[in-house]
Design a protein around this ligand. Structure first.
Ligand code: PEP
Length: 241
C-alpha cells in the first residue's frame, strides 16, 4: 500500500502543562501495531515537552503554523527550523482559522509549505470551501483554486493535504459521505502524484463517525480538532482505522 493512514490531532489554542499526561494515556490506549500514523499538534509552548512525553511511543508531534523565513526580525513568529529543533515532524499550514484570522492567502500558504519542506519536515496543507461556496455550487472551483495556489509544485511524496470544509469545522456538522468521497476523488485527480500524496478529511470527525469516513476510498486519514483534546476520544478515532 502506497499511502498509510494518518490520524492527526490539532489542539488549536488549548492545553498547558497539566495536559501532558494525555500522551501516556494516548500511547496506552492505541491498539498495538496500529495501522495508523498518529500525530498530535499541540500549541507550540508544549511541543518540546510533548516530544519528551512521547519518547518510546510511535506518536509523532507537529506544529500548527510557521513563518516563511528561517530567522530574522519577525517578532512573535516561529521558524520551521525552530519547530524542527523542538522535535516537530509535521507543520499544519493554511488552516481555515489562520486563513480567516490572519488573512493568509494561497500564496502565503504555499510559501509556508515550501519552507516546511526545505527543512525536511512535512506540511499538512489545509483547503476547504465555506458554506456560501458550497451553497452557490462553487465548492470544487474554490477547492481547486486553493489546491493550485497553496500546494508546492515539488515534494509530492512529503506533503499531506487536509480537505476541511470550513462549515464542518468545530460545528458538529460533517459533510455527507458522498460529498467527502467526491471531493477527495476530485482533489486526488488534481495532484501531481496522486498515488502517493495523503489526503485527510477534517471537520467534526469523532468516534461515532470516524470508521465510515475513514473507509472511503480516497480518504487517507483525518485531521481532528475538538475530538483530539481527550486521549479517550482521540484513541477511539485512531482505533477505528
Ligand atoms: C480542525 O481544526 O482542523 C478540525 C477539523 O476541527 P474539528 O474536528 O473540531 O471540527
Amino acid at each position: 500500500m502506497l499511502r498509510k493512514t494518518m490520524i492527526a490531532g490539532n489542539w488549536k489554542m488549548n492545553g498547558d502543562a497539566s495536559n501532558l499526561s494525555y500522551f501516556k494515556e494516548l500511547a496506552s490506549s492505541i491498539v498495538p501495531n496500529s495501522a495508523a500514523d498518529v500525530l498530535v499538534c499541540p500549541p507550540v509552548t508544549l511541543l518540546a515537552r510533548a516530544v519528551e512525553a512521547c519518547q518510546g511511543s510511535s506518536i509523532q508531534l507537529g506544529a500548527q503554523d510557521c513563518h516563511v523565513a528561517q530567522s530574522g526580525a519577525h517578532t512573535g513568529d516561529i521558524a520551521v527550523s525552530m519547530l524542527k529543533d523542538a522535535g516537530a515532524a509535521y507543520v499544519i499550514v493554511g488552516h481555515s482559522e489562520r486563513r480567516a484570522d490572519h488573512a493568509e492567502t494561497n500564496e502565503m500558504v504555499q510559501c509556508k509549505a515550501e519552507a516546511v519542506l526545505s527543512q525536511g519536515l512535512k506540511p499538512i496543507i489545509c483547503i476547504g470551501e465555506t458554506l456560501a461556496d458550497r451553497e452557490s455550487g462553487l465548492a470544487q472551483e474554490v477547492v481547486g483554486a486553493q489546491l493550485a495556489g497553496s500546494v508546492p509544485k515539488e515534494g509530492a511524496d512529503n506533503l499531506v493535504i487536509a480537505y476541511e470544509p470550513v462549515w464542518a469545522i468545530g460545528t458538529g456538522l460533517t459533510a455527507s459521505l458522498d460529498d467527502i468521497a467526491s471531493m477527495h476523488a476530485f482533489i486526488r485527480a488534481q495532484l501531481a502524484e496522486p498515488e502517493i500524496t495523503q489526503i485527510l478529511y477534517g471537520g467534526s470527525v469523532k468516534p461515532g463517525n470516524a470508521a465510515e469516513i475513514l473507509a472511503l476510498q480516497d480518504v487517507d486519514g483525518a485531521l481532528v480538532g475538538g475530538a483530539s483534546l481527550t486521549a479517550d476520544n482521540f484513541s477511539m478515532i485512531v482505533n477505528a482505522v
